[in-house]
Write a protein that binds this ligand. Structure first.
Ligand code: PLP
Length: 376
């Protein structure tokens, strides 16, 4: 009965996010239902919900089609990261950016302190050094662009060097999303995203996902999920699927507004430095323009007057919300160094702004009054 449906792999991303992962048998609901169960009737492939849930499967199917890959959904982004780090044998070397997302940095430090892994930390902006450090490593962890400094790594180049050295390559693709960058096409073995951010898109859930082209690797990740108990909630999986349906509208809009705000911030008298991959002033602008179809919806910037002025600007916003995390339809910003886990390389006056889908002129008016007021 489903034979006259469009072949999902032949569609553009905009169509895939709308159409993939839906029931399509005769009389089926159009949307995947929420299936709250911990156990299954006998006779099927699954007995217990730590191994499987149909609501997760629908989300995994849709995300898998987007990247022509096998997707595994986890309870959070950090659960997905932990599952990937769990793949490498104790005693292995892992190469990672010097200042990745703070949670990744903290987890790597814990594993190192416990003697489980040796971590080689290399500047995320130095592709050559990352590639060199891959010699003898089991895993190269890439985050591009990085959180919150927006450093860009040449994923294809690192993947080539890492594969020649026999290392796996995993990319945290949370900031870019598949709309801006397909890490698997660039050569990564595993692409990971915090689905809490752009996939969910409404700041109302926690989830993480991995995608990979190797069925064996996907199976190992699923097994780690089962053993870690890092299973997503059913409501969260449903919300993430609901969020995914509008991703092709939300993400390009937020990316375009972020690019526009980054340009305006660059000429603001109270702003010292703006970090955004597609600005010509970004140190890896050429690489970013080559590797990314969009620049992402995160803009980081420092203001004159140090930590106090940055904090004052965050306290003054009225349309924008002062909050952590990112990727929602609402614009948020925060002074990153207020978090104890934040890497010391993050300047005390750095504000990370996650641009949403409000009118860009309203966002600019709010940002401008907040920054001007804080400097005075
Ligand atoms: C780049 C990046 N990766 C991973 C994570 C972790 O995701 P989660 O909060 O869903 O565990 C975050 C969270 O902020 C992030 O920014």
């Amino acid at each position: 009965m489903a034979s006259d449906r469009a072949e999902p792999h032949s569609l553009a991303l905009d169509s895939i996010v709308v159409s993939a992962g839906r029931p399509h048998g005769p009389g089926d609901p159009v949307n995947q239902p929420i299936v709250p169960t911990s156990i299954y009737q006998p006779g099927g492939p699954f007995a217990y919900a730590r191994e499987h849930n149909p609501t997760w499967s629908a989300l995994e199917e849709a995300l898998g089609v987007m990247e022509d890959a096998h997707c595994t959904a986890f309870a959070s982004g950090i659960a997905a990261i932990s599952a990937v780090l769990d793949l490498v044998a104790p005693g292995s070397v892992v190469v990672a950016p010097e200042h990745p997302y703070s949670g990744t940095g903290a987890r790597l430090a814990e594993l190192e302190a416990a003697g489980t892994l040796t971590v080689r930390r290399v500047s995320g902006a130095d592709t050559g050094a990352l590639a060199e450090a891959a010699q003898g490593a089991a895993l190269v962890w890439v985050e591009s662009p990085t959180n919150p400094l927006l450093e860009v790594t040449d994923i294809a180049e690192v993947a080539r060097a890492a594969h020649a050295a026999g290392a796996l390559v995993a990319v945290d693709n949370t900031f870019a999303t598949v709309f801006a960058q397909n890490a698997l096409d660039l050569g990564a073995d595993i692409s990971m995203q915090s689905a809490t951010k752009y996939i969910g898109g409404h700041s109302d859930l926690l989830m993480g996902v991995t995608t990979c082209r190797s069925p064996e690797l996907a199976e190992r990740l699923r097994h780690r999920r089962t053993m870690l108990g890092a299973t997503p909630g059913v409501l969260e999986a449903w919300l993430a699927l609901r969020g995914l349906r509008t991703m092709a509208l939300r993400v390009p809009r937020a990316n375009a507004s972020a690019h526009e705000l980054a340009c305006r911030l660059e000429s603001h008298p109270a702003v010292e430095r703006v970090m955004y991959p597609l600005l010509p002033s970004h140190p890896q602008h050429e690489l970013a323009a080559r590797q990314m179809r969009l620049g992402g919806a995160i803009v980081s910037f420092t203001v004159a007057g140090g930590a106090d002025a940055a904090q004052a600007a965050c306290d003054r916003v009225r349309l924008i919300t002062q909050a952590t995390s990112l990727g929602g339809v609402e614009t948020t910003m925060e002074r990153r160094a207020r978090h104890a886990l934040e890497h010391p390389a993050t300047p005390a006056s750095l504000i990370r702004m996650s641009v949403g889908i409000e009118a860009v002129d309203d966002l600019w008016a709010d940002l401008d009054q907040a920054i001007r007021g804080s400097a005075g």
